[in-house]
Structure formats: structure tokens, C-alpha cells
Unconditional design. Structure first.
Length: 159
């Protein structure tokens, strides 16, 4: 496993890349340096003052185990019947979504939470704009990007 610290300039560049590509505001001081860990196969975990992001190839998304990172994103809650399927990698279907925050246009990342305790269980990429969700009755509304128990979750345990 490789571990390294990005220079201040590279940390600022990476933070700006995260902010622009994911549409979030990290609010980090300019002196923040990112710690990076690469356990294997090109997957890199980026640590920014408690917030952990995953970079795998050209994909960039928040790590579900990082409360600081997932708090930056809108959320949707799903009913209990959908949890088993989501944890096995299924996409989020509209009938399973019970409540959601506005996220804007399609393609944005949304944190999927279970309804009872509101624990995050997946990160999904929206397939429809949030203003069209109320009119939908069926179909995929979030593509499953990262979930509890997937390879990124298990890789982070080795870090």
C-alpha cells in the first residue's frame, strides 16, 4: 500500500477539482494538505480534514464511512424493502424512494439513507432532475456508485 501527502498546491488543486466536479463546497483553509492512500488497483482515498473521497479511475465520490464528506451532499431515504437490493448493488428505483432533498439537475451525487435510523447505505448518481421526481412513479432514479460492503468499503478497511 502506498501513502503520501500532497503538496499544498496539489491539495488546493485537488480540492478545487472535487468542488467543481461534485458541486460541493469543502470550505478548507488554503494551508490544508491532503493525505492519500492507495491500497491497490489504482483506487486512491483522499483525506481532507476528516472528509474522505474515493478516486477510482475517472470516478470521484464521497466515501460512505466519512460523515464529513457525506454531509456535503443531498440525501434521499428509501424504505426497508429496498435496502437488501441496494446492498447487493441494485440501482435505486422510484417506488423505494420515500423522501429526498433537492439536488438540481441529473448526474449529481446523492447519499441514499435507510429510513428508520437514516444511516447512509449508498451513494447514487441521479438519473433525473430533482424537480421531476414527484411526477415519477417507476423507473431508475439513482445509479448505485458506492455502497456499504462493496469493494471500496472493504479496501478502506485495509488502510
Amino acid at each position: 500500500m502506498k501513502k503520501w501527502v500532497l503538496s499544498r498546491r496539489d491539495s488546493i488543486d485537488m480540492a478545487e477539482r472535487i468542488e467543481s466536479s461534485l458541486g460541493v463546497k469543502l470550505g478548507l483553509p488554503r494551508s490544508t494538505q491532503a493525505n492519500c492512500e492507495e491500497p491497490e488497483d489504482g483506487t486512491v482515498f483522499l483525506h481532507f480534514a476528516g472528509a474522505v473521497f474515493v478516486q477510482s479511475g475517472d470516478q470521484l465520490f464521497p466515501f460512505l464511512g466519512s460523515k464529513e464528506a457525506i454531509s456535503l451532499f443531498p440525501a434521499a431515504t428509501v424504505d426497508e424493502g429496498a435496502i437488501k437490493f441496494l446492498l447487493n448493488g441494485a440501482d435505486v428505483m422510484r417506488p423505494g424512494v420515500k423522501d429526498y432533498d433537492a439536488w438540481g439537475e441529473s448526474g449529481r451525487l446523492v447519499i441514499i439513507k435507510e429510513r428508520i435510523k437514516e444511516r447512509p447505505i449508498a451513494v447514487g448518481k441521479s438519473t433525473v432532475p430533482s424537480d421531476e421526481m414527484a411526477s415519477l412513479t417507476k423507473g431508475v432514479c439513482f445509479k448505485n456508485v458506492h455502497r456499504v460492503g462493496d469493494r471500496f468499503w472493504n479496501l478502506y478497511k485495509t488502510v
